[in-house]
Design a protein around this ligand. Structure first.
Ligand code: 4AD
Ligand code: MG
Length: 463
């Protein structure tokens, strides 16, 4: 009888029928003349059995893992007491090799296993992604982005696609990738925030999913040179609304993933002990966080005026308490988040630690008035640290011009951003979320490098 061509994920209604599937040999086992193939087609895995004459051809005897094959046969329920993906297996009666792979003897692929050197795994990322764990992470990433889009739609935000090639900075000149744009200097964008702000009067609340670029020489497990940035901007809100919105979007997105059986299974596979966080998230002011760090004896290396670590006579870094005005370093931030063990909003950072566009906050009572604080917040997650950075924005034109001046920024290339305050301003705020960092938290990955298709970090731009 005629065979029905199908993807593995769609096989269930075709039990006891003749089907034809195409894919890659994921696993291969020869047991006393019977060959078992686990076939992978990107939609799922299928156990296939080749016996008798079909398992005795030259092609069968030389079949290798990762070869592409076409298998035709009858789809059968697995016998009682046995398990197979989907609960069925294919009894193959006709098959052909579409593209042979070199197999285990191949000098290239045989360097690839879990214990391989990280630089080999990075060189062979195009083959690593065929693996069960790597492909599950990428599949969860796709589901997560789609769930985010659904959450934004439910909150009436419109998606826009801002440019990657820009001539203004957002998060400081030190981390800009510069390039020549038809003879003019230009940069790869660090954040689409300024463009999102200009969309408010046109489209109302907006969001984007766009690549951001940071020339940071940081070899940490949470820094990439290119990352996917989910950013949103909301008009006519206050600082409290902003944090409540961030919380809602993240929790609703996680809930969407958990109520869907197939995405819940991906999370379970990667992060079996995952529990959805409860709302509201803890809110800790920057000033209280400094106190908290000192109370928990979490110190930081003393620095001289040039920012170099000060060493003692034995060459060890001298550790000192945090003071208001200090940047909370990644290590301290991570220790704090891990001890607290739940998502934490750190808010109200000193202006000198933050970008030019942030709205100033009235100084909290009893705090040294030499600092000006901002309506800014970072959302920290256990195991990862900062995953979101957001703030209210300066909505007054004169105040914004003063802020450019204080930061030494030439306001002329920003005329379009300043105009946002000139042609009908409004109180507004927004945030950026690092997609790879959120995924590292959700999927319990050690590094954001596992959460990007082809991660970029200093020295690495291939494959
Ligand atoms: O805190 P950041 O720098 O904030 C902004 O860019 C704002 N303009 C966003 C906005 O308000 N629209 O970056 C936001 C988030 C961080 O919290 C982090 O999750 C992620 O982007 N991020 C990185 N992720 C991976 N690698 C890097 N080098 C990252 N730098 C920032
Ligand atoms: Mg930040």
């Amino acid at each position: 009888p005629e065979a029905t061509k199908a993807k593995i994920v769609h096989l269930a209604p075709l039990r006891s029928k003749r089907v034809r599937v195409r894919g890659w040999v994921h696993r291969l086992r020869d047991q006393k003349g019977i060959m078992f193939i686990v076939l992978r087609d990107g939609t799922g895995y299928l156990q296939c059995v080749l016996s008798g004459v079909v398992a005795k051809t030259y092609e069968a005897l030389t079949l290798t893992i990762e070869s592409t094959v076409e298998l035709t046969g009858t789809l059968q329920s697995v016998p009682e007491g046995k398990t197979a993906p989907g609960g069925h297996e294919l009894t193959v009666d006709y098959w052909k090799v579409l593209g042979a792979a070199p197999g285990a003897e191949d000098a290239f692929t045989n360097r690839l296993n879990e214990k391989s050197d990280p630089s080999i795994l990075a060189d062979l990322r195009h083959l690593v992604i065929r693996g069960e764990t790597a492909s599950t992470v990428l599949r969860l990433r796709a589901a997560m982005l789609s769930a985010f889009r659904d959450s934004y739609a439910a909150h009436s935000l419109t998606e826009v696609t801002p440019p990657c090639m820009v001539q203004t900075q957002v998060e400081g000149g030190a981390t800009l990738f510069k390039f020549d744009y038809y003879g003019q200097p230009a940069f790869l964008t660090q954040s689409s925030q300024l463009y999102l702000e200009t969309c408010l009067p046109a489209l109302g609340d907006v969001f984007c999913v766009q690549e951001s670029f940071r020339a940071e020489n940081s070899h940490t497990r949470r820094h990439l040179s290119e990352y996917t940035h989910l950013e949103a901007e909301l008009g006519f809100i206050d600082f409290n609304d902003l944090m409540t919105h961030i919380e809602a979007i993240i929790c609703e997105t996680v809930d969407r993933l958990l109520v869907n059986e197939s995405t819940a299974a991906l999370i379970k596979q990667l992060n079996p002990s995952f529990k959805a966080p409860s709302r509201p998230f803890l809110r800790l002011s920057y000033v209280d966080a400094i106190k908290w760090l000192n109370e928990h004896n979490i110190l930081h290396p003393k620095e001289d005026a040039e920012g170099n670590e000060v060493k003692d006579a034995e060459g060890k870094a001298i550790m000192v308490e945090h003071e208001v005005g200090d940047d909370i370093a990644e290590a301290a931030e991570r220790q704090m988040t891990d001890i607290i063990g739940t998502p934490v909003f750190l808010y109200g950072f000193p202006a000198e630690l933050k970008a030019f566009y942030m709205k100033k906050m009235k100084s909290p009572e009893g705090v040294d008035s030499k600092h000006v604080f901002t309506e800014s917040c970072d959302l920290l997650m256990p195991g990862v640290g900062e995953i979101v950075g957001g703030s209210m924005r300066i909505s007054d034109s004169d105040e914004l011009i003063a802020a450019y001046k204080r930061e030494g920024i030439d306001p002329s290339p920003y005329y379009w951003y300043t105009d946002q305050r000139k042609y009908g301003t409004c109180e507004h705020g927004g945030y950026g979320l690092g997609v790879e960092r959120l995924l590292a938290w959700l999927a319990n990955r050690y590094t954001v490098r596992e959460c990007s298709l082809y991660p970029r970090w200093p020295g690495r731009a291939t494959p």
